[in-house]
Design a protein around this ligand. Structure first.
Ligand code: FE2
Length: 309
């Protein structure tokens, strides 16, 4: 059975170079019904599951917050997302469970057949999110494909220029493992391409293009990502470029760098990463609430503790 329903040569031309969306039938697998998601949450390892919220809390205004979900059964957890302000990221769900892995292989097999690109080696997570969930303006370090399955969400994708994300902002993402957001202004939206995705649509864009996501309803999506020589090369080189900027006060610009210099930067970047001369900053993840079905909105604040599950 084919995964895509309306793929044309135009999609092939645009893949990885422009913003594109195409219809898919991933939902027909039956792996994304409420029952299937509850079974998935039951068996997924706790350390690969994130339950989060963001909102107008006085202590954490518009801050991304992590919750403790361990006392909550999977059925209630799903209901909390459908009713409330939570979202769940089932990290690497598409790789860790055989039935989802079989589907992931089918999805990327179809992409390979359609694009001619053979080595994807993709990772995939499942995002189960509430009507009020937002993914703020950010850029990803690897190639990302969004396979929307249930509900309606709007995806804003912005031009890949210094105005929308400076090299310095991108280097900051590369050198800090827990940061992926970049400075944002409301006026950016005027130049965004807005995709309104309903269930059964896949969207993708150019490597590193900044984007944000707004849910209109309860949503289930798969996000898959893969690295290529192109993303590996650029990330290693930009890593070296961040050292030029931070340690030597230079102001290099990636788009003005000639190809031979890019290659030197890339090799240098791989070397400094390997030797540990440049340490990535790893932020500590704090848990600031507990999912509690006896509380309206299911969010019970707790004293912040470092996540240990
Ligand atoms: Fe993203």
């Amino acid at each position: 059975m084919s995964v895509f329903e309306n793929w044309t040569d135009e999609h092939k031309q645009k893949f990885d170079k422009e913003i594109l969306s195409v219809k898919h039938n991933v939902e027909d697998s039956g792996l994304f019904t409420d029952e299937a998601l509850i079974a998935l949450l039951d068996k997924h390892p706790h350390n690969m599951l994130d339950v989060c919220t963001m909102g107008d809390h006085e202590l954490y205004p518009n801050q991304f917050r992590t919750g403790d979900f361990r006392d909550c059964d999977s059925k209630t957890l799903l209901k909390a997302v459908q009713d409330g302000k939570l979202w769940i990221n089932v990290r690497r769900a598409m790789n860790l469970h055989p039935e989802y892995k079989a589907l992931l292989d089918r999805m990327y097999g179809a992409l390979s057949a359609r694009t001619g690109i053979t080595s994807f080696n993709a990772n995939g997570g499942i995002l189960i999110s509430s009507p009020v969930a937002k993914v703020p303006y950010h850029a990803d370090k690897t190639h990302v494909v969004l396979w929307h399955v249930r509900g309606t969400k709007r995806v804003y994708v912005y031009p890949l220029t210094q105005e929308f994300m400076s090299d310095a902002s991108y280097e900051r993402i590369l050198t800090n493992t827990l940061i992926d957001d970049v400075p944002y202004k409301d006026a950016f939206d005027e130049k965004a391409t807005v995709l309104t995705l309903t269930g059964g649509e896949m969207a993708t864009w150019q490597l590193n293009q900044p984007h944000k996501v707004v849910n209109e309803t309860f949503c289930v999506s798969i996000t898959t990502e893969y690295s290529t020589r192109k993303s590996g090369f650029k990330n290693a080189a930009m890593f070296a470029q961040s050292l030029q900027r931070q340690k030597f006060g230079a102001n290099p610009l990636w788009e003005n760098t000639a190809t031979p210099s890019k290659m030197v930067k890339s090799i240098f970047g791989k070397v400094i990463k390997k030797t540990g001369l440049y340490k990535s900053v790893a932020n500590v993840d704090y848990v600031t609430f507990k999912v509690d079905k006896t509380v309206p909105g299911y969010i019970a604040d707790i004293e912040p503790v470092v996540r240990n599950f």
